[in-house]
Structure formats: structure tokens, C-alpha cells
Design a protein around this ligand. Structure first.
Ligand code: PGA
Length: 245
């Protein structure tokens, strides 16, 4: 049985005071029935980790390089150093605005795994791609390079299915649409290794909120959520966590 994981992707939101207050409110009432990991903006990570021992933390991004003259980059070893257990890799906003391709994404996965950090690999189709009926082909393509590059180490990652048309739009995939994509992802993993496909957690992301979390999390192949906007409101995020059992 896979324990559910609910991840809060705060993106580039908040301030030192606001983020301290948000996390304090969340930490005070976490249900304990699922794993929770928070992805604050980099400047606030170390301070929040020090203040909240019981919660998982992660970086929203990581360098493809291990160390060196890469101005502005953050190394996986640094994330580990301050206590991060997770990192987001291949988020659609990074693919879109920072032109991240498969080779870069694979390098980031490698750097995270070298440091014992669990990467959450994000995949998902755009609205045009869904309309063209190529959702499965896109997911297959996005999984192909990581499956090739990581081999058996793929067992150490988590996956987030995030249809781009559902991110930040309020248009959540229906539970049936999400389940179909998750089952497809699991079939791709099963083609590699049946045991592996049963182990890996596949999260759904894209306008998850308290009102739809229970339906989504009740699907057999949905192992939790990657939550953006709704993770910025403590009550809403806590209700989503409570739905993950
Ligand atoms: P959203 O973002 O919940 O605001 O749609 C999800 C994500 O981008 O991870």
C-alpha cells in the first residue's frame, strides 16, 4: 500500500513573515494520515526547516551541476545540507519559461539522487495536445529519457501528473481523466518492472483544492497531490491533507 503524499508548491509567493505564519498554521494542525512536503522559495527554506522538524521540505528546482561556477544555481548537495528530502524536477513552468529539456531534466534527477534526495518528476500535456489526442504520447515521451537514464534508480523518484491546462486555471482534471492518465503512467512503469510500478507514488497536480481532493485521492492510481495555489491558504491545504488517507 502506497502512503499518500501531499506536496505544497508555494512557487514564487509570500514573504518571510507571511511564509513563517503560513507554515506555523499548517504545522499546528497536520492530520498525520499522509506524508506532507513543502516547497518554499529558496531564501526561506533553511529557516523554515529549522523551525519545523516534523515536516518534509524540498527545493522547487536544483542545478544540473554538482558544484562550481554556475551563478544563481543551487546544488543538490546544498539542499541536502540544509535538510531537504525532495526536489521538484521538470515542472511545466520550468519546461515552458526556462526551456528545460529532457537532457537537463535527467541531469537534475541524477544530481538529486546522488545526494539521496527524492525528485518529484512532473509530466503532463498542454490543452492543445489533449485536444489533438496525444496525451499518452506526450507522457510516454516525457517519461522515456528518465526511464532510460535512471534504470533501476527510477524506483527512488516520485512522479507528478500535472496537465498544463489544469495548473493555476481552476480547471481541474476530472477524477476519471486523472485516473486514466495515472493508470497509463503506471502501465509505462510496469512495462519496465511490475514491482516498480506498484511502488512509485504518482501524484496529481493542477487546481487541486479541498472541494475536489477527496474524489481525486479516492482513485486507485492517485497517491496524493502536488498543490500550488491552494497550498497558500492554511485551512484549504489542511483540508486537502485530511482528504489524503
Ligand atoms: P495549482 O498548481 O495547484 O495552482 O494548479 C499546481 C502546480 O503547479 O504544481
Amino acid at each position: 500500500m502506497r502512503r499518500k503524499l501531499v506536496a505544497a508548491n508555494w512557487k514564487m509567493h509570500g514573504s518571510r513573515d507571511a511564509n513563517r505564519a503560513l507554515l506555523a498554521a499548517v504545522a499546528a494542525s497536520l492530520p498525520g494520515s499522509c506524508d506532507v512536503v513543502v516547497f518554499p522559495p529558496f531564501p526561506y527554506l533553511a529557516e523554515l526547516i529549522a523551525a519545523h522538524a516534523g515536516i518534509g521540505f524540498g527545493g522547487q528546482d536544483v542545478s544540473a551541476h554538482a558544484a562550481g561556477a554556475y551563478t544563481g544555481e543551487v546544488a543538490a548537495s546544498m539542499l541536502r545540507d540544509i535538510g531537504c528530502g525532495y526536489v521538484l524536477v521538470g515542472h511545466s513552468e520550468r519546461r515552458q519559461y526556462h526551456h528545460e529539456d529532457d537532457a537537463l531534466i535527467c541531469a537534475k534527477l541524477e544530481r538529486a539522487l546522488e545526494q539521496g534526495i527524492t525528485p518529484i518528476l512532473c509530466v503532463g500535456e498542454t490543452l492543445d495536445q489533449r485536444r489533438q489526442g496525444v496525451t499518452e504520447a506526450i507522457i510516454t515521451a516525457q517519461l522515456h529519457a528518465p526511464l532510460q537514464a535512471l534504470g533501476e534508480r527510477i524506483a527512488r523518484i516520485a512522479i507528478a501528473y500535472e496537465p498544463v491546462w489544469a495548473i493555476g486555471t481552476g480547471h481541474t482534471a476530472s477524477a476519471a481523466q486523472a485516473q486514466a492518465a495515472h493508470a497509463f503512467i503506471r502501465s509505462q512503469l510496469a512495462a519496465r518492472d511490475a514491482k516498480l510500478s506498484r511502488m512509485i507514488r504518482v501524484l496529481y497536480g493542477g487546481s487541486v483544492k479541498a472541494a475536489n481532493a477527496s474524489d481525486l485521492f479516492a482513485q486507485p492510481d492517485i497517491d496524493g497531490g502536488l498543490v500550488g495555489g491552494a497550498s497558500l491558504v492554511a485551512e484549504e491545504f489542511l483540508a486537502i491533507c485530511a482528504a489524503a488517507r
